[in-house]
Design a protein around this ligand. Structure first.
Ligand SMILES: *Cc1c(COP(=O)(O)O)cnc(C)c1O
Length: 405
C-alpha cells in the first residue's frame, strides 16, 4: 500500500531532503553567530559555513564562490538581476529582451521597467514553448542591455536553447540573465560554457528550505555591476544588504551539493518514472495531449491535457494526489494558463491540463497509484460528459449550432 496523500507537485515546491535538514539544525542553536561579526569565533564559524555554501552553490553551476549573492528567494534574485542591470546600465541603453512564458517573477519586473520608460520585447514561443537564438538576434538593437530567458519552464518543463542564446549575447556584448530555478540541479548548467552572466536559484525547488535564493553575478569577462534594490550595511559586495540567513544558506549549499553529486542518477530515475506515468496514462485513455516539448524538457515534468474534462474537476476527483492545474501561481483565478495559451493551446484544453511534477521522493508504486487514479477519475468524468459522448459518436462539435449563442 502506498501512503496517501501523494505529493506530485515538485515544480511548485519540494520537501526538504533530510540530509539538508541535518546540516541546518546546528545553525539554529549551537552555531547561531552573525556571519558579519568579525571579532569572535561565533561570527567566524558562521562566516566559514556561509563560505562553504557559496562553494557548493558555485560548483553546481561552474562559477566561482565570489560570484554568489544571497537573496530571499528567486523572486528577489530575478528582481535584482533585471532591475539592477536596468538601473546600472541605463546610460548604455533602455531595451531588454525576454519571452512570454517566463515566470511572473520575470514578467512583472519587466512590466515595471516598461512603466518606468524602458522598452521590453516579449518574444513569442513556438508550439513547444521554445524561443530560438535567431529570434533573440533579430530583436536586438543598439539599445539592448539585457536578455533574460528562463532555462526551464515551471509549468511545461520546456528547456530553452540557453547555450546558443548565451553565445549570441557574448558575441553582441549584451548581458544574459537566466531564471534557472527549475533547471538547476535537474539538468547540467555551466555559466562559462553557456555564456551566462547572471543566474537565479531557489533553495525550495531543489529540496532545500523556503525563503532562500541566490544570484550568480559574473565577475570577469565582463564584470557585471548591479544597482542594489536593498541598501543597508553593504553586505554581499553592496549588492544585497541584510544579515545573512546562515541556517537557510547552509541548507541551500547542502541542497546544491546533493544535486551535483546525484544529478546523473536522479535524472535517469525521474525520466524513467515520468515515461512510465506518461505511457501508463496514454495507454489507457484516448484524447490526452502532451503540453511542452516531447524530449527537450525537465526529466520530472509531465503536463497533459485531458479533453472534455476540467482540470479543476479532475483534481477534485483524485483528492489524495497533489498535482496542479495550470500554473500554481495563477490557479487561484480561473484564467487559463498564460503559458499554455502562448503555445497555442486553446482555452478548453488549457482548462483541461494537469501538471505532474515528479521529484526525489516519488516512488514507482506512487506512479502506479497515480496512473490508476487518473484513469479512473477521467473515465468517470467523461461518462458524465455529453460532449465526450457526442465526439465519440462522430459528431463534429465545431459544426454544432448551440442554442444559447
Ligand atoms: C518558483 C519559481 C520562481 C520563484 O522562486 P521563489 O524562490 O519562490 O521566489 C521563479 N522562477 C521560476 C521558474 C520558478 O519556478
Amino acid at each position: 500500500m502506498v501512503k496517501t496523500p501523494i505529493y506530485m507537485d515538485n515544480n511548485a515546491t519540494t520537501r526538504c531532503d533530510p540530509r539538508v535538514v541535518e546540516a541546518m539544525l546546528p545553525f539554529f542553536t549551537e552555531h547561531f553567530g552573525n556571519a558579519a561579526s568579525r571579532n569572535h569565533s561565533f561570527g567566524w564559524f558562521a562566516e566559514e559555513a556561509v563560505d562553504t555554501a557559496r562553494e557548493q552553490i558555485a560548483a553546481l553551476i561552474g562559477a566561482s564562490s565570489k560570484e554568489i549573492i544571497f537573496t530571499s528567494g528567486a523572486t528577489e534574485s530575478n528582481n535584482l538581476a533585471i532591475k539592477g542591470v536596468a538601473a546600472m546600465y541605463k546610460k548604455k541603453g533602455n531595451h531588454l529582451i525576454t519571452q512570454v512564458t517566463e515566470h511572473k517573477a520575470v514578467i512583472d519586473p519587466c512590466k515595471r521597467l516598461e512603466r518606468d520608460g524602458y522598452q521590453v520585447t516579449f518574444l513569442p514561443v513556438d508550439k513547444y514553448g521554445q524561443v530560438s537564438a535567431q529570434q533573440v538576434a533579430e530583436a536586438m538593437t543598439d539599445q539592448t542591455i539585457l536578455v533574460t530567458l528562463m532555462a526551464a519552464n515551471n509549468e511545461i518543463g520546456t528547456l530553452q536553447p540557453i547555450k546558443e542564446i548565451g553565445k549570441l549575447c557574448k558575441e553582441k556584448g549584451v548581458l544574459f540573465h537566466t531564471d534557472a530555478v527549475q533547471a538547476a540541479g535537474k539538468v547540467p548548467l555551466d555559466v562559462e560554457k553557456m555564456g551566462i552572466d547572471l543566474l537565479s536559484l531557489s533553495a525550495h525547488k531543489i529540496y532545500g528550505p523556503k525563503g532562500q535564493g541566490a544570484l550568480y553575478v559574473r565577475r570577469k569577462n565582463p564584470r557585471v555591476r548591479l544597482d542594489p534594490i536593498i541598501d543597508g550595511g553593504g553586505h554581499e559586495r553592496g549588492m544585497r544588504s541584510g544579515t545573512l540567513a546562515v541556517t537557510n544558506i547552509v541548507g541551500l549549499g547542502m541542497a546544491c551539493e546533493l544535486c551535483r553529486k546525484e544529478m546523473v542518477e536522479e535524472e535517469k530515475r525521474l525520466l524513467h518514472l515520468r515515461e512510465k506515468l506518461r505511457k501508463g496514462i496514454l495507454g489507457r485513455l484516448d484524447e490526452v495531449s502532451l503540453n511542452g516539448h516531447p524530449t527537450e524538457r525537465l526529466p520530472g515534468n509531465l503536463n497533459l491535457s485531458f479533453a472534455y474534462v476540467e482540470g479543476e474537476g479532475l483534481m477534485m476527483g483524485m483528492k489524495d494526489v497533489a498535482v496542479s492545474s495550470g500554473s500554481a501561481c495563477t490557479s487561484a483565478s480561473l484564467e487559463p494558463s498564460y503559458v499554455l495559451k502562448a503555445l497555442g493551446v486553446g482555452d478548453d484544453l488549457a482548462h483541461s491540463s494537469i501538471r505532474f511534477g515528479l521529484g526525489r521522493f516519488n516512488t514507482e508504486e506512487e506512479v502506479d497509484y497515480v496512473i490508476d487514479h487518473v484513469v479512473e477519475a477521467v473515465s468517470k468524468l467523461r461518462e458524465m460528459s455529453p460532449l465526450y459522448e457526442m465526439a465519440k459518436e462522430g459528431v463534429d462539435l465545431k459544426s454544432v449550432q448551440w442554442a444559447s449563442h
